[in-house]
Design a protein around this ligand. Structure first.
Ligand SMILES: Nc1ncnc2c1ncn2[C@@H]1O[C@H](COP(=O)(O)OP(=O)(O)OP(=O)(O)O)[C@@H](O)[C@H]1O
Ligand SMILES: [Mg+2]
Length: 255
């Protein structure tokens, strides 16, 4: 399969399995998981603590190796980490001695792009996340939400096809989180990236995703995929949205 510009960012999981050793016993975390994620799709991964969300994201990032099965990007099996993927964690992990601009440009500079060009590109993404007035600030001078936006700008600056996010808004207060969910949606649409987002917030999953992958800790219950067939921009108070949230909560036996 050859990749053209329309299909860049396709992800295919093929019979992916992963177990960890716990007290000398294998603990199966992912079992024979197969899934096709479209280029430009937004997929949310939800499930109870310990069900394997981070493990799956790390496999996609190439930070962890599967016991069997494959991850293919644009038809090609991945080998370790790759420049077409960028990872955003719960904590932005900024370098404290660098300014916002320097932090965002850093990823480009380590790839050999000259400082001037790197900073020009970084400025574009700093604007995109609404921090143009703060490019000279140091991480200690930022709020949690602002720091996380710098993390997002830094990930976008290297122009990945695929954004992998592990509870990126989990540490933010409720108000900031709502704003950031809207910003993430806008950035995803503007950049045309494939977005794969781990969250424990079911409403966030419905707000952001085209489909939700529900993982279970129970070995007898396989992963389920739920289509979020709601128009965008999404409205949390709209009847269909509320019904969708109820359906997803029911997946977890919640009411
Ligand atoms: N490096 C590791 N070594 C051993 N066991 C691990 C390792 N990483 C994860 N596990 C185990 O794999 C299971 C899944 O972990 P994972 O971090 O993927 O869960 P999660 O769904 O992200 O949970 P949470 O919502 O709490 O972040 C857990 O039982 C965990 O103990
Ligand atoms: Mg996790």
């Amino acid at each position: 399969m050859t990749a053209d510009t329309d299909t860049r960012g396709q992800v295919a999981l093929r019979h992916l399995s992963k177990a960890f050793m716990l007290n000398g016993q294998p603990l199966p975390v992912l079992r024979n998981l197969s899934l096709d994620i479209r280029a430009g799709e937004s997929l949310a991964i939800v499930g109870p603590s310990g069900c394997g969300k981070t493990t799956l994201l790390r496999l996609l990032a190439g930070l962890e190796q599967a016991d069997s099965g494959q991850v293919l990007i644009d038809g090609r099996p991945i080998r370790g980490v790759g420049t077409e993927r960028a990872v955003i964690y719960q904590e932005p992990r900024l370098l404290p001695w660098l300014t916002v601009l320097e932090n965002v440009a850093f990823g480009l500079e380590v790839r050999g792009i000259g400082r001037g060009a790197a900073q020009d590109r970084a400025r574009h993404h700093i604007r995109l996340v609404g921090l143009a007035d703060f490019e000279g600030a140091y991480p200690r001078q930022l709020s949690g939400g602002m720091a996380q936006r710098v993390g997002i700008a830094r990930a976008l600056t290297v122009q990945p096809e695929i954004l992998l996010l592990d509870e990126p808004l989990g540490a933010l207060d409720a108000m900031t989180k709502l704003t950031m969910q809207e910003e993430l949606t806008r950035i995803w649409a503007e950049e045309g990236v494939t977005m794969i987002l781990v969250t424990h917030d079911l409403e966030e999953a419905i707000f952001l995703a085209d489909r939700v992958l529900v993982l279970s800790r129970d070995q007898g219950v396989g992963p389920r995929l739920i289509d979020v067939d709601l128009p965008r921009p999404r409205d949390r108070s709209q009847q269909d949205f509320v019904a969708m949230r109820r359906q997803l909560m029911a997946e977890f036996g919640l009411h």
